[in-house]
Design a protein around this ligand. Structure first.
Ligand code: DGY
Length: 320
């Protein structure tokens, strides 16, 4: 009998073709709605592998229903939706999709930075709503990107991609990371700073650190107060790395110039959320890696990880 795989969101057939040669695949049919918890409980009991999304909580309770489970292949570089300890105890491999999304996510990070700095969504809305009366000296004037200081919090491959783009904009580059990256410092001309140093010196602070117990609310009231009043905060990692209540307060009180957010503490963010009332916030629905080519590569890498494990090889990009 072929091993079984559960895919928790609709994915294109060609991405799953190779996997289907070694496994029977059950797929949640919706592209835009996550699999229900009931569906997951029912199906996980039958399968050897799960191709999961960041919206699926792969916790201990769910895993305890998966007696035959050998691998959870998350279609994301983040894995804060997976209880790694529980997976380890059950000898379940956990894989992610690193690297294939670096450049696409760095593109979006830069787009978000530019959008906030130069008020692009606000300006577009201004025009479309018929408010444009005349060219005017300071109409929708924003902040310069060229020549400004960019501070990266988290310096992995996506951070390196952002740094390369920033060099093209003549930006001064500083970063903070758990471990110093001396080679990257030389290659990309970035200087290491303490976290407080990055916050105090940067015109743009880009948060790229993964969500862990240590990084939960890493950017809170104290940290926001350290930032320049003219500075812009960009978060493209995970929502809970930034304390949204503190962020709203800082923006509302003019302690910060603006924020670009691709991720939120609760996703989707409620339309009534105070952050969405602020004109100096550009908010996106977690689309950092969302180019068609990159999402296909992520799905393929997740499927390939399962394929390898099911034919008895090691996974390609394991976490556990
Ligand atoms: C990830 O991969 O973790 C992103 O948040 C989605 O691309």
């Amino acid at each position: 009998m072929k091993p079984k795989t559960l895919v928790t969101r609709w994915l294109p057939a060609d991405v799953l073709a190779r996997l289907k040669t070694v496994s029977d695949v059950t797929m949640w049919p919706e592209a835009d709605q996550p699999a229900t918890r009931d569906f997951l409980y029912r199906e996980i009991a039958q399968v050897d592998a799960v191709l999961s999304m960041l919206t699926d909580q792969m916790d201990e309770t769910l895993m305890s229903h998966g007696d035959h489970l050998r691998i959870i292949a998350n279609m994301a570089v983040g894995y804060d939706n997976i209880d790694l300890q529980a997976a380890k105890q059950r000898a379940i491999h956990v894989t992610t999709t690193p690297d294939v999304l670096n450049e696409t996510t760095a593109d979006l990070t830069f787009a978000l930075l530019l959008a906030v700095a130069r008020k692009i969504p606000e300006s577009s809305e201004f025009l479309r709503s018929g408010q444009w009366q005349s060219w005017s000296p300071f109409l929708l004037a924003g902040q310069d990107v060229y020549g400004a200081t960019l501070g990266l919090i988290g310096m992995g491959r996506i951070g390196e991609g952002v740094a390369r783009r920033a060099r093209g904009f003549g930006m001064k580059l500083i970063y903070h990371n758990r471990q110093r990256k001396t080679e990257t410092e030389v290659d990309l001309g970035v200087s290491y700073e303490t976290l407080d140093g990055v916050l105090q010196l940067s015109d743009y602070v880009v948060v790229l650190t993964p969500l862990t117990q240590e990084t939960h609310h890493l950017i809170g009231e104290r940290e926001l107060q350290l930032m320049k009043k003219t500075a812009i905060l960009i978060n493209v990692s995970r929502g809970p790395v930034v304390d949204e209540v503190a962020l709203y307060r800082a923006l509302h009180q003019g302690q910060l110039y603006g924020a670009g957010l691709d991720v939120f503490e609760q996703e989707p963010i409620a339309l009534s959320h105070p952050l969405l009332t602020l004109p100096n916030v550009v908010a996106l629905p977690h689309i950092g890696s969302a180019s068609i080519a990159t999402r296909r590569k992520m799905a393929q890498l997740a499927a390939d990880n399962i394929y390898e494990v099911l034919i008895g090889n090691s996974p390609l990009t394991p976490i556990v």
